[in-house]
Write a protein that binds this ligand. Sequence first.
Ligand SMILES: [Mg+2]
Length: 453
Amino acid sequence: MTIYPNFLDIVKHEIYIRFALCSWRFFRSPDGSGEIARNENLDPTPEKQSQGAPMRICDIRTTIVSIPFREPETWAFGRRLGISNVIIEIETETGEIGIGEAVGYPSVRVVKEALNAMRPVILGRDAFDHEVIIHELTQVYGWHHFRHTGGCALGGIDMALWDLVGKATGLPLHRLFGGTFRTKIRYYWYVPNNELKLMVEVAQQGVAQGFDTVYVKLGTGFERDLEVARKLREAIGNGVKLRVDANEAWSDGTARELMRRMSQYNIEFFEQPLCFYDHDGAADLRTALGLAIGANQSAWDEADILEIIKKRAADVVLTDQHQLGSLSRFSRAGWLLATAGIPIVKHSFGDLGISTAAAMHIMATCPNFTKANQTHLTVLTDDVVEGGLPKFTNGCLALPHEPGLGVRIDRQRLQKYNRCYEEKGEFTSYGPGGHDLVKELEDSESVKSTTTQ
Ligand SMILES: [Mg+2]
């Protein structure tokens, strides 16, 4: 059961906010002059050198890959046929390589350009200074004002730097993040939007494989949303959780009526029912209906999460290292939410194996990752890491224990899916088909009934 902050907790959160604002102001203008503070440790002092040999970064390589889905993903904003992300390799002067993955939002080409813009700030720096580098890129070099796209790129840079640190110390990241609360990471089973008969079959496949939570995206029409929930609940029985995600598709009025009627199908929580700016609306909705709400797009960065806690606008917060821009921020969000008594769930833009592995180290080392997490690996045809797609056991993946992220790039797969990008282009999330799904399915059904008459 979710516990909300009492008065003392609220005071505590106010202190967090004031501390965060003071820290930000200090960084921007430590002497009150209005000048931007820059890192004074660009050239290592003797004192800094005595802390250990630096890992100087000499090269950053980026490769765009496109990997197809087994079936299209349809959501409120469109349809995509696969995932297009940027694979990052950061090399040091001594030849070590850290790997990372940046997600392609809003477009993989935009994220690659963001990575190119960050490149001069990173070259020549010590990988051990990863927190300083990420903070500088955010606060000094402008990504503070473009957090949504900046985070998608920064998240990839950050995990490659962490990979270097892990390899240099010979430790998996979960050791560096303070030890594990769990070594098996739980995920849900994703049922992509499709004809209802096929969705029922797919849902049952997941239950048969041992997944204890089924997830479906809604926002494809009032009556159809209700019918999808009814059919899936019938298909999976009462022992499996059913989670629905509207991806901001509903108005306040639609959400009130639809959630009230859908609650008979025992929904685990309603993810992002309203526009992501509307924290007050979400708070009103959960108070009025007494139903659990998840905040995903509305919990994009740390300031959003503080607002959600203060306004009691969600029962669950869903975010990740790409929304926030680093693994440390993801971890800190988890611990802050733990203080507020709110569970955190890993969100996936469409993570491949590198980003999945990176996040698992955080999901293992925060206490409140107690629910099934999001993954697209169950609907992909392949991956870029050695071994390809991982094997789920009862809906779980095993935490990697090799130094760093604990996964390696498969060169042949990297080349193959880079060629796929070159030939087929980007698998955009905003492709045609999302808003027209119901009409398309109706047309498809009418064609079938015509041809079988
Ligand atoms: Mg979501």
